[in-house]
Design a protein around this ligand. Sequence first.
Ligand code: CU
Length: 146
Amino acid sequence: MFKAIAIVIAVVAIVSIAVIYVNSTKIINQEAPKETTGNVISPASTDQAPPAPAETIKTFTVTGQNFSFSPASLTVNQGDTVRIIFKSASGFHDFGIDEFKVATKQIQGGQEETVEFIADKTGVFEYYCSVGNHRAMGMKGALTVQ
Ligand SMILES: [Cu+2]
């Protein structure tokens, strides 16, 4: 009788150990796929990176004078990286587009400043000179992102 009880206890103990062992193995196995999933995600995100070098950089030279820009209109495609080389032909001016949060420093005639941004939304956006009342006097232009 004692032998029978001892055997039952032994079996229960072995089964318990076996269950604990299997569960811990399962946990290890569950953690492993998570790491694999993480690895799957990172190649996917690097897969999204290659289009970046494929992006077109469009460079424009925009000249500012009292009180206009030339050219007064620019057109780019959505997703383009736009580089504006702003030159002041004469007078104290800058070049900015609020919607893309870009603005050059205010520069004197003969100086130049470059700004770069990604045209990530479509529409027609005004670029303008923020010096004094230059904008009101016509120192503005239209950037079309199509
Ligand atoms: Cu100006």
